[in-house]
Design a binder for this molecule. Structure first.
Ligand code: ATP
Length: 288
C-alpha cells in the first residue's frame, strides 16, 4: 500500500518508536515484535511494536477479533507472547508489584462478590496483601470517594445499578494504588448516558494521579474523549495500523464531544477503522 508520511505523521512516529528498540526510561510498557498464536492455530497478533509512556492514556481500538484483549492480557501477564517480548518499566514481569511499579486490571464485568458489601469488595486485594486495617480503611474510603460511591460502603452489589457496580470495580482497582491501570472495555455493557459520565469521571481520576491507562474499546467516541493516544488495530492477523495522538486543547467535557477537533479525530479514526474492516493496513497507513 502506498504511504504518505506527510498526511499521516503519526505513522512515522509509530515507526520511529518501534525502531528505537530499547524502551525509553519513562516507558511503562513496551511490546517488542510481539506475536501470539493460540494453541488452536489462531494467529491473534502479528509483530506488535508499541511503547507506552508514563502518564499516557492509551486506547486500543479495532474491530472484533483484532487482538485487543489478547494484547491487554499480555500486558497484565495473563498471556505469554509466542514470540517477542513485553517489558514493564523496562524490566520483566517479576518487577510488577514493586513500589512504583504496580498494575491493576478492570474487566468488562464488574466481577464483584455478590455476598459482600461494596466496602468488603474494594478491600479484598488489600486483605490479600495483609495490609494493616487502618491503612486499608483509608485506601477503601479514598477509592470509593474517587469513584463517587462515598455513601455506598455497606451496600450489596445487587443493590447497585450496572454503572455503580462498575464504579465499585474501578474503586477496587484504584485501592491498590496502581501506576498502570489496564481496562478491557469496562463500560461496553452500559447505556450511553452512564458510559459518558463514567468516561468523564475516569478521565478526571486519571488527570489527578500518576497513572498510566491502557483502555480497550470498540467506540471511536469513547477513544477520542478519553485518550491522549489511540492505537488502531486490524484483524486476521491482529496488528497495529495507526497510532493517533489526541492533542485536543482545553478541558474534555460535554462541549468537547461536539467540538470541531473532536469530530475531526473521529473522522480520522473512522477512516482507519474502515480500512481495518476492509482487511487493509498491513502495518501501514491509509492512502489519502
Ligand atoms: N484462548 C483463546 N484460544 C484460541 N483463540 C483465541 C483465544 N482468545 C482469543 N482467541 C482468538 O484470537 C483472536 C483475537 O481475540 P481477542 O479477544 O484478543 O480480540 P478482540 O479484539 O479483543 O475481540 P473483541 O473486540 O471481540 O473482544 C480472535 O480470533 C479470537 O477468536
Amino acid at each position: 500500500m502506498k504511504r504518505d508520511d506527510q498526511a499521516m505523521p503519526q505513522l512515522a512516529a509509530l515507526e520511529q518508536g518501534a525502531d528505537a528498540g530499547v524502551a525509553g526510561s519513562d516507558a511503562v510498557l513496551s511490546a517488542q515484535r510481539v506475536e501470539k498464536t493460540y494453541r488452536n492455530g489462531t494467529r491473534a497478533l502479528d509483530e506488535v511494536k508499541l511503547e507506552i509512556k508514563r502518564g499516557e492514556f492509551v486506547s486500543l481500538l479495532g474491530p472484533s477479533g483484532c487482538g485487543k484483549s489478547t494484547l491487554l492480557k499480555m500486558f497484565a501477564g495473563l498471556e505469554e507472547p509466542s514470540h517477542g517480548h513485553i517489558r514493564w518499566w523496562g524490566k520483566n514481569l517479576a518487577t510488577v508489584g514493586t513500589p512504583g511499579h504496580t498494575l491493576a486490571m478492570v474487566f468488562q464485568e464488574a466481577t464483584l462478590m455478590p455476598w459482600a458489601s461494596v466496602e468488603q469488595n474494594v478491600r479484598l486485594p488489600l486483605d490479600l496483601k495483609h495490609m494493616a486495617r487502618n491503612e486499608s480503611d483509608a485506601r477503601v474510603r479514598d477509592a470509593l470517594k474517587l469513584v463517587g460511591l462515598d455513601n455506598f460502603h455497606k451496600v450489596l452489589p445487587r443493590e447497585l445499578s450496572g454503572g455503580m457496580q462498575m464504579r465499585a470495580s474501578i474503586a477496587r482497582a484504584l485501592a491498590t494504588q496502581p501506576n498502570l491501570l489496564l481496562m478491557d472495555e469496562p463500560f461496553g455493557a452500559l447505556d450511553e448516558f452512564t458510559r459518558n459520565r463514567l468516561d468523564a469521571d475516569l478521565r478526571d481520576i486519571w488527570s489527578k494521579q500518576d497513572l498510566t491507562v491502557v483502555f480497550v474499546t470498540h467506540s471511536i467516541y469513547e477513544a477520542v474523549f478519553l485518550s491522549s493516544r489511540v492505537i488502531v488495530m486490524a484483524a486476521r492477523p491482529g496488528r497495529i495500523i495507526a497510532d493517533v495522538a489526541i492533542d485536543a486543547p482545553g478541558p474534555r467535557d460535554d462541549a468537547f464531544r461536539i467540538s470541531a477537533p473532536f469530530m475531526q479525530y473521529c473522522k480520522t479514526l473512522s477512516d482507519y477503522l474502515t480500512l481495518a474492516n476492509q482487511g487493509g493496513g498491513s502495518h501501514d497507513a491509509l492512502d489519502h
